[in-house]
Structure formats: C-alpha cells, structure tokens
Design a protein around this ligand. Structure first.
Ligand SMILES: [Zn+2]
Length: 416
C-alpha cells in the first residue's frame, strides 16, 4: 500500500522466509506499493526516488513471512466441542455473528487467507462480503458456501442436499451462481448423526458429474472422504483435494491400501489430513479424565479417538512417503478446535514426516496452489498481494514461533 504521502511501505526484519523454498535470508525488506509486493531486497540495497518518503516498519530481530493460508475452516462452528447438531439449533444470524468472531481470531493469528469448507445457508457468503467491504476484519475467503451432500448425509443441515446426476449438477450451478469459489462435496459420511463415515455417499457417476460441472465453471473441488471406497471414487472422478483421507473400511477399521496410496501420489491430488483436531480431542478427554473422570460415553470416545490417531499416523506416514502432496487445513471451528491455532495442524503434519520447513510451505506456498491462487498469494515475491506475517523467533526451526505474532499485514494494510 502507498502510505498517506503516496510513498511505498517498507517492512523490515532480521530474517525473511519468502516460502518459495523454506530457506531464510537475513536483513531483507519487503517493499509494498498499492497493496502488492513491489520487490523483496536486501535492506542495504533499498533506494527510492528523490522525494519519496517510504513508511518504514522495522521489526528488528523477528521473522517476516507470507501470511498463512488455512485450507480448511468452518466459521459458523464454535470450536468449543459443540457438534454440528448443536450448532444447527442456532439461527443464521448467530451463525454469521460466530463467523465474524472466527474471522477476527484467524486474521489476528496470521491467517490472511482461509478456505471456508462449509457453513449454513448463505452465511459464509455474507461473511466474505462483509470482510471485503471492510465492515469486519478477517482473512480473504475462498468459499464453498455450503458442502454438497446426499439427502441425510454429512452436514445435510447446511442446506445443499442433492442426489442423482441431474440433482448434483444443478446444485453445483446453484452454488456457483451464489458466489462459490470452489465446490466442497461430502463423498463419504462423517460425524453427523445417522451418516456413515465408512461408506461412500455418492456413486462414482454422481461424483464425476460434480467434478465435471465444477471444472467446466473453473472451480476446484475438495472432497471430504473417510471411506476407502470414497477415496477411490475421488480419484476416479478427478477431485482436486481429498480431505481427511482416512482409509476407513466398512467394518470401521483403518488400514492403508498401498495401490490407492500410489494412485494418490501419481495423480498429484492434494491431501488435507486434519490430524490435530483428533489429537486435541484426546488431549481434552485425558484432561477431563484426570480432573473429574469420564462417563461411559466419553471413555468409549477416548478409546475410539486413540485408535483413530494411531491408525491415521500408520496410514498417513507411508502415504506421505509414497509422494502424496500434504496440505495444511485445520478444520478449525469443528469439534473442539478453536480458531487462531492453525500452527497446531502444521505441527501435527510433522508427525507424519513433513519437516518444519515442509509444514510451513504446506501452510503458505503449497496451500496457495491447492486453493487455486498460486499467482497472488503464498510466497513473498514481486507482484503478489502484500499479505505478510511478522513473528518473533524463527518458525522454520520451531513452528511454535508462529504464535509469537508481532504484526499482520493484509494487502499491505497493517491489521495487527
Ligand atoms: Zn471440515
């Protein structure tokens, strides 16, 4: 952004991670003009035309990196352990107000772009527009609006139930007409009461029709998929991102299908494993167990969550080793995962084999590509949006340093 006198803005710090490759450089500066990065250069080479009086933000011994991109959020959800059925009892006004709170927490934590994975009715479209107008603070939103789901399927209550090839095509068209930036589909069941996570929800024909209709309209497709059959359908239909990718068998067990893993790697489809949300659930339950004890239902849930985490790690480690492209998407808002803690999912990615640097790229450069915006966000390079995060410490060594936020800039404007 140009400062008040029409001159550029300069942001300086001791370290810069431009996230083109995860390496860091010392004593660099980012020059911002009209909301975009004009150049990235060593501080000692900074020069401006005579009369130009740049507005300088010098953060000293800190690290400058691109704003984070969380590929998976649910702004309507409370992130306090409430279920989707609980939140369904709220009306849309409350869903939207919850969204305003979620967006503020996200941007203040350094998430400058979030891919919203589904909310009620038109509430996430309204949130996106409110942020665009500057009425409330928040990240730029890549929005699906509502997830497409089979009648009675996972998240049916959000408002986009559709069945049959004609029905799902029509729903894609409706969402695109309402302003959807991409299409989210529930290709298996999930945690919604009466939906079955271990079974595919849509036939291959239906899923392929969704992908075809979306791609014709220039929209990417992200598919929620727990069941092995749903993952296979996603690959056959050509979806762009597989979410959760649990490898659940019909009997509820979780095991790797190596040939499917190889196909995932070969296809280049993005995988959003959503690991921290289950680890966090275990942590909450263990804490409660220590403090006041668990009831029968909670004990069962703790046991199931421990099984899911240990099996997920057993499945996702070889999947990553096989060459699958993993991406950072928190699923925050859902379950007990609050907004503002995206770094926890990036840290969780290191438990399946990503290095800290790779995890950082999974929340910046690679995330930008996965959400279809590689030319405008995700790295600090000339021409891109000036979405900047400044933190104390060095997050390429310790991802916890992502929580030590000194400043956030969105399109060159300082928002924190
Ligand atoms: Zn989700």
């Amino acid at each position: 952004m140009a400062s008040a006198n029409g001159s550029p803005t300069v942001v300086k710090a001791a370290r810069l991670i431009d996230c083109t490759d995860g390496s860091s450089r010392e004593n660099m500066a980012v020059v911002v003009e009209n909301g975009r990065i004009a150049r990235v250069s060593p501080q000692h080479e900074l020069a401006f035309p005579e009369g130009a009086r740049p507005e300088v933000h010098d953060f000293g011994d800190a690290t400058l990196l691109p704003g984070l991109i969380d590929c998976h959020t649910h702004t309507n959800m409370r992130g306090d352990g409430s279920s989707v059925d609980d939140v369904h009892e709220d009306d849309d006004d409350i869903h939207l107000i919850q969204g305003v709170r979620s967006a503020r927490l996200a941007i203040e934590s350094g998430v400058t772009t979030m891919r919203e994975n589904g909310g009620w009715n038109r509430t996430t479209f309204s949130l996106k527009e409110g942020i665009r107008r500057g009425l409330v603070p928040g990240p730029r939103i890549v929005n699906c609006g509502r997830p497409i789901t089979m009648t009675g399927g996972h998240c049916w209550m959000m408002g986009s139930q559709a069945d049959g090839v004609d029905g799902v095509r029509k729903e894609v068209r409706r969402l695109v007409a309402e302003g959807a930036d991409y299409i989210k589909v529930m290709s298996s069941g999930g945690s919604t009461r009466n939906s079955v996570p271990t079974r595919a929800s849509y036939s291959l024909e239906e899923l392929a029709a969704i992908v075809d209709e979306a791609h014709v309209r220039g929209r990417l497709v992200g598919a929620h998929a727990h069941a092995v059959q749903a993952i296979a359908n996603c690959l056959d239909a050509g979806v762009d991102m597989i979410i959760h990718c649990t490898f659940s068998n019909p009997d509820g067990s979780i095991s790797l299908d190596q040939s499917l893993a190889d196909r995932i790697a070969e296809s280049g489809v993005w995988v959003n494993p959503t690991l921290w949300i289950i680890m966090l659930q275990i942590r909450h339950l263990e804490q409660k167990q220590d403090e006041e004890g668990l009831n029968r239902e909670e004990e069962t849930l703790l046991e199931a969550s421990r099984y899911r985490v240990s099996r997920r790690l057993e499945v996702h480690r070889p999947l990553f080793e096989s060459g699958a492209r993993f991406i950072g998407g928190s699923d925050c808002g859902w379950g007990a995962y609050p907004f503002g803690q995206f770094h926890e999912e990036l840290k969780a990615l290191t438990t399946v084999g990503l290095s800290s640097k790779q995890a950082l790229l999974a929340g910046t450069r690679d995330a930008a590509e996965a959400v279809g915006l590689p030319d405008s966000i995700g790295t600090l390079e000339a021409g891109k949006e000036a979405d900047l995060l400044v933190v104390e410490g060095d997050p390429s060594r310790d991802l916890d340093d992502l929580t030590r936020v000194a400043a956030v800039f969105q399109a060159g404007q300082r928002v924190k």
